[in-house]
Design a protein around this ligand. Structure first.
Ligand code: FAD
Length: 447
């Protein structure tokens, strides 16, 4: 054996041998290797090969159960277009805008060109038969890259357009839906108030009063997304006469309306949230949503859009998983990719399990919604589950990025922060849990 190894050593390139001799005692090495049995030698060779050959690692893909296969051709094409747009136009600029508390206004014209909402609402202002799944997939693709962008879209095509679709007369739908759909008019949705959030159905303080041929609005709305630049703000207010909640399409420039931008947020910083003041703000009767006579219509709007927030959670978690997997494949520690460590793989698998469960749950929810069979509790369960799992998933992603996980440049820090807003808005974790709790126990536990 020793002679064979000596012969072998003679065949090795002398330069390589000299390099090796600088690092190890070659005679001792050969001596030790000569004492290894065949199995151990083979295993040693496999380890050496693993460390020297370029590793062939699969590209990250957050659609593990191939939900895209269950979509229509039109939805898949839309998904591809939104993904391209988000990766080429939004990803490169969003951290800058996020850090400056500013919405990238140039995206509005680009969204107009993408013409997404046409796939959700038809010309008459009616939702298309598969609108919820389509909306969900668009939202997921947006949030996969950036949740602020998905929120802008959710306010416009979700909350505002649903308010018109649910509460508007046929004439109002014909007048408003095309303008909102084509982003000729940007909308905001004003329900929450500084002193009343979760309890808004019971404790709304903003008031409306019939006056001559119009209405007078007084009160404040808080957290209102897009309000700083909206052309129209949907304002919900309690009628002083009959005590019922009514909805209004208030022009952004209306006299008596003032908006202050909310600053200092640690989440969704590229969404411009406003504190809206209504001080004897007068609007025509035509601005009142003709079919919104009570809080029931407001609830109908929130039910329609709740699935959209769950889809935001899916997208943020999917983006976090894919980014994190790519990072663990490229980041080397102890001379190997960190994805090669067992503890890291366990976290990646937990992230993927969350993403897959959220996707399949939300897809089923949206299909129920499209079939007209989705209940409040079903929508709330998806919001509760997805927001919670999203929070866990982005936290694991942040963890796996090590110190870089708190840097905006890795994107994971932004997704991590934005998950906090998803967790609390459009019904907090607790309120949505109580909606489900009431449905399954038959006992309301809100107060
Ligand atoms: P509170 O209602 O004060 O709740 C505080 C805590 O108490 C929560 O944990 C809550 O779950 C808990 N709690 C309250 N009641 C109960 C109970 N009965 N049992 C157990 N726990 C309870 N609103 C709009 O109208 N338009 C928008 O465009 C909009 N955009 C938003 C964007 C962002 C980034 C954020 C953060 C919020 C936005 N909101 C918007 C408001 C959002 O919907 C509210 O923040 C949310 O409904 C919670 O209300 P709150 O913040 O007043 O919390």
């Amino acid at each position: 054996m020793a002679t064979k190894l000596d012969d072998l050593a003679k065949q090795i390139d002398p330069r390589k041998l000299a390099e090796l001799a600088d690092k190890v005692d070659i005679d001792a090495l050969l001596e030790r290797v000569s004492r290894l049995d065949a199995d151990t030698l083979q295993s040693l060779m496999r380890t050496l090969q693993k460390q020297t050959e370029p590793l062939d690692m699969p590209a990250p893909d957050g659609d593990f159960y191939a939900i895209a296969d269950t979509l229509s051709d039109e939805q898949r094409e839309l998904q591809r277009r939104v993904r391209d747009f988000m990766e080429t136009e939004v990803a490169p600029i969003i951290n800058d805008y996020w850090s400056r508390d500013t919405f990238p206004q140039q995206l509005i014209a680009q969204f107009r060109d993408l013409d997404l909402v046409r796939h959700i609402y038809d010309e008459r202002g009616e939702r298309r038969p598969d609108a919820s799944v389509t909306e969900g997939i668009i939202t997921m693709e947006m949030a996969r890259v950036d949740v602020s962008t998905a929120t802008f879209f959710g306010v416009q095509s979700g909350l505002v357009m649903a308010s018109v679709a649910v509460g508007g007369s046929d004439e109002q739908k014909r007048a408003w839906i095309p303008k909102l759909r084509d982003l000729e008019q940007i909308g905001a949705f004003g329900l929450t108030e500084p002193e009343v959030g979760s309890a808004i159905s019971k404790g709304m303080q903003t008031r409306c009063r019939r006056d001559d041929d119009g209405w007078v609005l007084n009160g404040e709305k808080y957290w209102i997304g897009n309000a700083t630049f909206a052309d129209v703000i949907v304002v919900w207010a309690k009628d002083e006469d009959d005590g019922q909640v009514k909805g209004f399409l208030v022009p952004g420039q209306a006299e008596g309306l003032r908006v202050e931008k909310i600053t200092g947020k640690i989440a969704l910083r590229a969404v411009e949230n406003g504190h809206v003041f209504l001080d004897n703000c007068r609007v025509d009767d035509s601005a009142r949503l003709a079919n919104a006579d009570s809080f029931r219509q407001t609830s109908d709007v929130l039910r329609m859009t709740r699935a959209g927030v769950a889809w935001q959670a899916v997208g943020a978690a999917m983006g976090a998983y894919e980014k994190t997997l790519a990072y663990t494949q490229s980041r080397q520690q102890f001379k190997r990719p960190i994805a090669n460590f067992q503890l890291v793989q366990e976290k990646l698998v937990r992230m993927l399990g969350n993403v897959t469960a959220m996707q399949t749950m939300c897809l089923r929810l949206s299909r129920l919604q499209d079939a007209g069979r989705m209940s409040d509790a079903q929508a709330s369960l998806a919001k509760v589950f997805a927001a919670q799992k999203c929070r866990e998933t982005v936290a694991l992603g942040r963890e796996l990025h090590g110190g870089k996980g708190i840097l905006l440049e890795t994107d994971i820090a932004r997704l991590f922060s934005d998950a906090e807003a998803i967790y609390s808005y459009e019904g907090t974790h607790e309120i949505n849990s109580l909606v489900v709790g009431r449905a399954i126990t038959g006992l309301g536990a809100f107060v």
